[in-house]
Design a protein around this ligand. Structure first.
Ligand code: SF4
Length: 354
C-alpha cells in the first residue's frame, strides 16, 4: 500500500519543528522517556551474529556503495555453500545465534541456488537466518518472474527466518532515484516488508541518511515506517546510521556528525512509538557515541558483526570485542543481556566471553 504523507499537516510540521529546533538534550529527554516507557528495565541487549555477503556482484550501481563489483569484474565472487557453512561454524563457536545473509543483485545466480542454500544451512546448522533485504527480494521477483509474495513464501519454506531492513536508505523516491535508481523504490521496498509481515515474519527497518536529503525527507521516512507498523506490527527494530561516503561515488558528500546522529536517533524514538526496539549504531559512530545513544532512545547495542579477516585469526579479537561491548553497556549504567533476533533474552548470562 502506498501511504501518501501530507507534509503540510500539523503533525508533520510539529515533528519537523522539533527535529529542526529542539535543543539536543531536550530531544534526548523525550527519547529517553519513550525508551523507558517501552523498556522499564535497565537492560541493554545485543546479539552475536555474523554478516555473510554471499556475493559482491551487483547490477544496481548504488552511488553510495563501495562493496559491489560489476559482473565480469575480476574481483567478483559467489561464496560456495561449504564456505558459507564454515563461516556459520565460526559464528556458532563464538556464541553466535544468527547470520545476516545479504548480497549484491547478481544476475547470474538462479533462484534455485537461494532455495538450496536455505535448505543446506538448515540441514547442517541450528542458526537463525536473517536474510535477503527487500531490495534483493524485489530483484528476485523481477529477475525470476515471481510475485514478491511467491519469492518470500518459497524462501521461507526453504528455511529463511526473517528479513533484514537493509537498503532502506531514505524512503522518499526523489532521493532514491538520485542515489539508487535501479533498485527497489519506496513502495516496493515497504511492500516487501508488509508482505513478509503478512506471512508471519518479523523484520527490521533502517534509515541511512546523509544522502543530500532534507530533514523533512527524514521525517517522511519515519512516517512511512510508522504507517506500515500501524497496520502490521511486524517491525522488531529500527536502526539508523549516516552515509559512509569514502570510496564511493558520493565521496564529495559531507560526513555528518555525532550530534546529527543523536538528534536523528532521538526523533526516531519519539516518533516510532509502535516500534519496540532501537539499535545504537556504534559500529559506524564509535563506541563512545554508541554509549551516549543509549540515552537518546536506543535500548539495544546491535550486533558484533563478525568479519572474516578477524574471525579467521582464531576469534580471539572478537572475544575481546564482546567483553568490550559488555563493558561499554555496563559503563553507561545498564545491564547487558544477549538476545535472539526476536529480542528475547538468551539463557546464558552476558559476560561469558570475558
Ligand atoms: S544493491 Fe547493495 S550491493 Fe548492490 S550496489 Fe546497491 S548497496 Fe551495493
Amino acid at each position: 500500500m502506498s501511504d501518501v504523507i501530507d507534509r503540510a499537516s500539523g503533525e508533520f510540521q510539529d515533528y519537523l519543528e522539533l527535529y529542526e529546533r529542539a535543543p539536543l538534550l531536550e530531544l534526548g529527554r523525550l527519547a529517553d522517556a519513550e525508551r523507558y516507557r517501552q523498556h522499564p528495565d535497565e537492560v541493554v541487549t545485543y546479539i552475536i551474529d555474523r554478516n555473510i555477503n554471499y556475493t559482491n556482484v551487483c547490477v544496481a550501481d548504488c552511488k553510495f556503495c563501495a562493496f559491489y563489483r560489476r559482473p565480469k569484474d575480476g574481483e567478483g565472487y559467489v561464496l560456495p555453500f561449504e564456505k558459507i557453512g564454515e563461516k556459520i561454524e565460526e559464528c556458532k563457536a563464538l556464541g553466535g545465534v544468527q547470520i545476516l545473509l545479504q548480497g549484491g543483485h547478481n544476475p547470474y545466480i538462479p533462484f534455485e541456488w537461494y532455495l538450496e542454500l536455505m535448505r543446506y544451512i538448515k540441514a547442517h546448522h541450528r542458526i537463525h537466518i536473517h536474510g535477503f533485504s527487500p531490495s534483493e527480494v524485489v530483484f528476485f521477483s523481477e529477475r525470476f518472474g515471481l510475485s514478491v509474495a511467491e519469492v518470500i513464501r518459497e524462501l521461507k519454506a526453504a528455511g529463511l527466518d526473517s528479513i533484514p531492513g537493509g537498503g532502506g536508505e531514505i524512503l522518499v523516491d526523489a532521493i532514491r532515484r538520485r542515489v539508487a535508481r535501479k533498485k527497489a523504490q519506496t513502495d516496493e521496498w515497504l511492500g516487501v516488508q508488509e508482505e513478509a509481515h503478512r506471512q508471519g515474519m518479523k523484520t527490521s527497518v533502517t534509515m541511512m541518511y546523509g544522502l543530500g536529503e532534507t530533514l523533512a525527507d527524514r521525517i517522511e521516512h519515519l512516517f512511512r515506517v510508522r504507517a506500515v507498523q500501524r497496520r502490521t506490527g511486524g517491525f522488531t527494530a529500527f536502526i539508523c546510521w549516516p552515509l559512509q561516503p569514502d570510496g564511493t561515488a558520493m565521496a564529495d558528500q559531507p560526513k555528518t556528525d555525532a550530534v546529527t546522529y543523536l538528534r536523528t536517533l532521538a526523533m526516531a524514538r519519539i516518533l516510532l512509538t509502535e516500534v519496540p526496539n532501537l539499535q545504537s549504531s556504534w559500529v559506524t559512530m564509535g563506541l563512545k557515541v554508541g554509549q551516549v545513544a543509549l540515552r537518546f532512545g536506543a535500548n539495544d547495542f546491535g550486533s558484533l558483526m563478525m568479519e572474516e579477516n578477524v574471525v579467521s585469526a582464531t576469534g580471539t579479537t572478537y572475544s575481546a570485542t564482546i567483553t568490550e561491548m559488555e563493558r561499554c553497556i555496563r559503563d553507561a549504567g545498564y545491564v547487558a543481556r544477549r538476545r535472539r533476533q526476536d529480542y528475547s533474552y538468551l539463557e546464558e548470562l552476558a559476560g561469558a566471553a570475558a
